[in-house]
Design a protein around this ligand. Structure first.
Ligand code: LLP
Length: 419
């Protein structure tokens, strides 16, 4: 939920953000650790909360998760190394790290095998590749149930237009491969998309129960995947996590009754845990009028915050005066907010498909700041070096302290790979 900058319960308040903005020479990501812990606590009913680190993979955020008892999902060799560096354990007895993918490249397969990290399998070929080198390895099966949903077509991970998971009708083939290599099936996993509408939940739970029963294979656990949405718009729907748990819990109960022993229930959120805990602070560098359009150009671009350009995602924007003057009574203008990139799509106020929109913002001038809210998930982690722009610093507020948890990349570091 876009928090007012006066929110006394958040350290991402006007005073702290202005202090950071003035201290850093350029855009910076800021997170509030306490807000992350509050979100974790809303899901404590699940047996395992597994953080989909792709949403925000900074080592210090991963350490915070681990200290709060949250396990972790990795989707690349890099994310495995991040999990290890954050103190997560791997090994034949550990389920702290799970590797989820639809393909296994050769070096990643070697690492997964060395560390005996359970594999959440999204294709039958992965089972063959793993089985050939690691007999008895622990696996999950990620099922594509034939339908999916997401906040954008690009985040829908189910149905026949999605590359993800094992098609539900191919489950017998996957189970054959599991028997052939004597792999150890831990459970079934279903993640139908990101930013999922709650009306789909009952259908997902039903599909999970049906597939467990039809497969007639014993399992220890089921995973509800991630996908829980957050209200990016003020007044947007907030998830009732108790209802969410209850639906999954009754699916789990039916599976328990069918198998005749307890079954663990996992959840694997990314966005829900971190989105609302983060902001991106940018500085206004130019203001211009283009015909009827009023543009405010800031020093952060879509290489930093990609979601508006990629999905037409909405992020609430608030203004902070660089000189401390009050902006409350200031004239409001329909504003297009854009970045510095040499590309027309570098606009933060746009719909999916690229249609430019405006936002009613106080009249600002160069030297003022614009804050992009709810950018803790898929913000820094989706940034790139496009236009040869270095990655931004990140800071974490925790218990009254502020800590830099990533420094700004230098241009030398950026060029080093090519030297
Ligand atoms: N589990 C699996 C297997 C996933 O593929 C994902 C996200 C998650 C869990 C976590 O989903 P979440 O709880 O965060 O919705 N870049 C997009 C989101 C892409 C999500 C990809 N997979 C965005 O900015 O909205």
């Amino acid at each position: 939920m876009p928090r007012p900058l006066e929110d006394v319960n958040s350290q991402l308040n006007r005073h702290n953000l202005l202090m950071l903005a003035q201290q850093y020479d350029g855009p910076v990501w800021a997170y509030d650790a306490q807000l992350i812990r509050q979100q974790i606590d809303k899901l404590r009913q699940f047996d395992v909360i597994r953080f989909a680190q792709k949403a925000c993979s900074n080592l210090h955020i991963l350490r915070l998760m681990r200290e709060a008892g949250v396990k972790v999902d990795s989707v690349s060799a890099g994310e495995i190394e991040r999990a290890l560096a954050a103190g997560y354990q791997a090994g034949a007895q550990s389920d702290e790290i799970v590797f989820t993918a639809d393909v296994l490249d050769a070096p990643t397969l070697t690492r997964v095998n060395q560390l005996k990290i359970p594999l959440n399998t999204g294709s039958v070929d992965m089972l063959h590749q793993l089985g050939a080198v690691s007999e008895g390895h622990r696996v999950w099966l990620r099922i594509n149930p034939g339908f999916g949903h997401g906040h954008s077509q690009k985040t829908n991970t189910g149905g026949e237009n999605s590359k993800h998971g094992i098609w539900y009708r191919d489950l017998p083939i996957a189970l054959d491969a599991i028997r052939r290599y004597n792999l150890k099936l831990i459970g079934f996993h279903m993640h139908i998309g990101s930013g999922v509408d709650y009306r789909h939940l009952a259908q997902v739970c039903e599909a999970m129960v049906e597939h467990v029963i039809v497969s007639s294979h014993d399992i220890e656990a089921i995973s509800a995947g991630g996908g829980l949405s957050v209200p990016y718009l003020s007044g947007g729907e907030t998830i009732d996590t108790r209802h969410y748990f209850d639906l999954w819990d009754s699916a789990r109960q039916r599976i328990t009754d069918h198998l005749g022993h307890p079954v663990k229930l996992e959840i694997e959120p990314g966005r829900f845990l971190v989105a609302e805990s983060g902001v991106l602070i940018s500085q206004v560098r130019a203001v211009k009028q283009m015909g009827r359009r009023h543009f405010v150009l800031v020093d952060a671009g879509f290489n930093d915050l990609m979601r508006p350009a990629m999905y037409g995602s909405y992020h609430h924007i608030s203004a902070l005066a660089g000189d401390g003057r009050p902006l409350d009574g200031v004239n409001k203008l329909e504003t297009v907010v854009a970045g510095p990139l040499c590309e027309s799509g570098d606009v933060f106020t746009q719909q999916e498909g690229g249609k430019v929109e405006t936002r009613k913002l106080p009249e600002v001038r160069p030297g003022d700041y614009l804050i992009f809210h709810d950018t803790g998930a898929y913000g820094a982690s989706m940034s790139s070096n496009y236009n040869s722009r270095p990655l931004l610093p990140e800071v974490l507020f925790d218990q009254g302290q502020v800590r830099q948890i990533r420094r700004r990349q230098s241009i030398d570091e950026l060029l080093a790979l090519e030297r």
